[in-house]
Design a protein around this ligand. Structure first.
Ligand SMILES: *Cc1c(COP(=O)(O)O)cnc(C)c1O
Length: 480
């Protein structure tokens, strides 16, 4: 919850207490310089021991509750028919108000199954915005992604509370012409790549109606649904008095198929697909034992399944689903007050720096978001994730497309960081913004052909990092 103090300060309060802790290292500057070099200026290649605040992702790193941990110890291990599975199935079907559940090892496995079953070569899948793994699975089977997002979706300085909405007229026009070539429409809750931005239930209702009018299935990617539920309740007038359960049921009834990554939704690990459409269920079912594991575990460990069941039930609790968004809003608002370009309004999953405005002097092909990520690691031991041109793939002629947005995502895994850690991050980002002219671009040392951002290595162009380190030592009296 948010609190206003007697002094007039406003900030979010943690409505949980910490009962298990993990020691963190604060690597000295010298060590950070060395580990960044060893990692080839690639955030994915840094070692956790060399990181103070890991804001790379919210995937699989949210803090579990005491009840989740307790449930993990009661898990019933069995290849087929474990009691754990049936406990989970009951919770999942109740949660989504659907009839059939297919368990998978994580979110992208659901996308694999959906693409394999429904998408034929040449098909197009309309969506509000793509996610990396979604697009990869659709293109892998010969399909294409069509995005019908609002113009404002890509504008960081916005007041639109629902930047994740689908552009309804674009969708309708497209389906009027091409419905026969569309296996399903996909909506993503808490739209990840544009900054965890939600859609409104009003928009979702209209998308659903357009799909039904055209006899096309509506598939919901519910991985970031807990944030989207929070935003519907707090930003959409019509639902301010509705319970989370009521909002959920409404969303479920508008969806034909729902899938999710439990690494985010339910603060556990794993994933699954639900539907009440028997034909769709029967078409997808054979792929679970083929790719995931038997139908009563789908590649998940029983401990993960127990944690997921409890975590889904905890999603009904408004205090629990608020914690992420209110901490993110605090971070976004404070940075905004300091003039630092951030994606607004604050979304779910993390605070996103608008790198194109932060360091406009570094062009797309010198990977500004990764360069800013490297600088932030040097300055604060903080790791973010590049969301820009580095994550793009060269075309068959070797031409590198420029990303629509250059963002540095600073994920706030739910219930993991304390207020003083967030304040520290804000301060280091502010320092960096004041010295932004010192940050330069990066160039490849080793560029892999596929998924280059995961394990390619780079170096700073012209050695700009040396000057940055020198000024940092002078300003902040850093060690050594
Ligand atoms: C993380 C994510 C996925 C993929 O889930 P994994 O469990 O990482 O495979 C799919 N869609 C969205 C929106 C996500 O955020």
């Amino acid at each position: 919850m948010n609190i206003k103090t007697f002094k007039g300060e406003k900030f979010p309060l943690e409505l949980h207490k910490v009962r298990v802790v993990q020691k963190l290292n604060f690597p000295p500057l010298k060590r950070r310089v060395k580990s960044l070099q060893e990692a080839g200026y690639n955030m994915f290649l840094l070692k956790n021991d060399d990181i103070f605040l890991d804001m790379l992702t919210d995937s699989g790193v949210n803090a579990m509750s005491d009840n989740q941990i307790a449930a993990m110890n009661q898990a019933d291990d069995s290849y087929a028919g474990s009691a754990t599975y049936f406990r989970l199935e009951k919770v999942v079907l109740e949660f989504f108000n659907k009839k059939y559940f297919l368990p998978t090892h994580q979110g992208r496995a659901c996308e694999h199954i959906l693409a394999k079953v429904f998408v034929k070569p040449g098909n197009a899948v309309p969506m509000n915005y793509h996610f990396t793994t979604t697009k990869a699975h659709i293109t892998e089977v010969g399909g294409v992604v069509e995005q019908f997002f609002l113009n404002e979706a890509l504008i960081s300085d916005s007041k639109n509370p629902f930047k994740g909405n689908m552009d309804l007229s674009l969708l309708e026009d497209y389906l009027d012409k091409h419905a026969a070539n569309v296996p399903f429409v996909r909506m993503e809750a808490g739209t990840n790549l544009i900054g965890g931005q939600p859609w409104s239930l009003d928009n979702y209702e209209k998308v659903s109606k357009i799909c039904r009018d055209h006899h096309i299935l509506l598939v919901l990617d519910a991985s970031l649904l807990s944030d989207n539920l929070y935003f519907i309740k707090t930003r959409e007038e019509a639902y301010k008095d509705a319970s989370i359960k009521e909002i959920l049921t409404k969303i479920s009834d508008l969806s034909d198929i729902i899938y999710f990554s439990a690494r985010k939704l339910s603060f556990s690990r794993g994933g699954g697909i639900v539907t009440s459409n028997l034909a769709a269920y029967e078409a997808m079912r054979p792929l679970v034992p083929l790719y995931e594991g038997f139908l009563t575990y789908g590649g998940m460990s029983i401990r993960e399944m127990e944690a997921m069941a409890v975590g889904l039930n905890e999603t009904y609790d408004f205090d629990i689903i608020s914690q992420g968004p209110i901490f993110i809003k605090y971070m976004v608002d404070e940075l905004d007050k300091l003039g630092v370009p951030v994606v607004k309004p604050a979304g779910g999953l993390g605070c996103h720096l608008d790198v194109a405005k932060f360091i406009p002097h570094v062009n797309h092909h010198q990977y500004p978001a990764e360069a800013l990520g490297s600088a932030l690691y040097l300055v604060g031991g903080i790791r973010g994730m590049e969301r820009g041109t580095l994550s793009e793939q060269r075309d068959s002629l070797g031409v590198e497309p420029e990303s629509e947005v250059e963002l540095l995502r600073l994920a706030l895994p739910r219930r993991v960081f304390t207020m003083s850690q967030i304040k520290y991050a804000i301060d280091r980002i502010y320092w960096l913004y004041q010295h932004r002219e010192l940050i330069g671009g990066l160039e490849w040392v080793m560029e892999p052909e596929v998924l280059r951002f995961f394990y390619g290595t780079l170096r700073p162009i012209g050695g700009w990092e040396n000057k940055l380190i020198k000024v940092l030592k002078k300003d902040l009296g850093q060690e050594e």
